[in-house]
Design a protein around this ligand. Structure first.
Ligand code: FMN
Length: 182
């Protein structure tokens, strides 16, 4: 049974939800999945897995530093097996800011030298009710300037779950042995 590491960092929880959906999709295909949060002790070594998914989210234009550190530390092992990168952001939610979301992915791969088999800039969420006063005020201001959702009495989820499942299936297909023909 192929083994897959899903390593993620989350600041407000949406990337964790995305990583769990990837985990479920891969398990349903029969894979042995290890799900870990980056930043909580020494992560598993990607060299011990048949495939790896890394997921992080964007705040002030950058992925979490722990995501960058993990990829830099293991870039050779990552480039030697099928891997996938999920980048969760608000920019991915709108057509008008898609290029920005793709730019976050391109910049990250350029800076780290990682060449994942599959990448997905995916829309995240606005969890206004869970932010403290300062974060809520800042996010409302920034989102309002882009004509986005600013009702801070509720939360908004923009994630395309079908795209997340398709991403997981694409990576799984790259890891699974090709069917033998007679
Ligand atoms: C303080 C703050 C700053 C953010 N900055 C950006 C940004 O620069 N670009 C962007 O596309 N999304 C930005 N976002 C949106 C997050 O990427 C989005 O909320 C995502 O779902 C967060 O994922 P997480 O819950 O896993 O941390 C920001 C969100 C917050 C709360």
């Amino acid at each position: 049974m192929p083994s897959i590491l899903v390593a993620y960092a989350t600041t407000e929880g949406q990337t964790e939800k995305v990583a769990r959906r990837v985990e479920t999709t891969l398990r349903e295909r029969g894979h042995d999945v290890t799900l870990v949060t980056l930043g909580g002790g020494t992560p598993p070594d990607p060299a011990d897995f048949d495939g790896v998914v890394v997921a992080g989210s964007i705040h002030a234009g950058r992925h979490q530093p722990v995501v960058e550190t993990f990829v830099r530390d293991h870039v050779d092992a990552l480039n030697a097996r099928p891997t996938g990168f999920l980048s969760v952001s608000l920019s991915a939610a709108e057509e008008a800011t898609q290029a920005e979301a793709e730019g976050y992915v391109d910049a990250f791969l350029e800076e780290t030298g990682w060449k994942p088999r599959v990448t997905l800039p995916v829309a995240g969420a606005l969890r206004y009710t869970e932010y403290g006063f300062l974060k809520r005020t800042l996010v409302k201001h920034v989102v309002g300037k882009r004509s986005g959702d600013t009702d801070t009495s509720r939360n908004y989820e923009y994630t395309d779950w079908g795209a997340v499942e398709a991403f997981a299936a694409d990576l799984a297909a790259a890891i699974e042995p090709a069917p033998t023909t007679r």
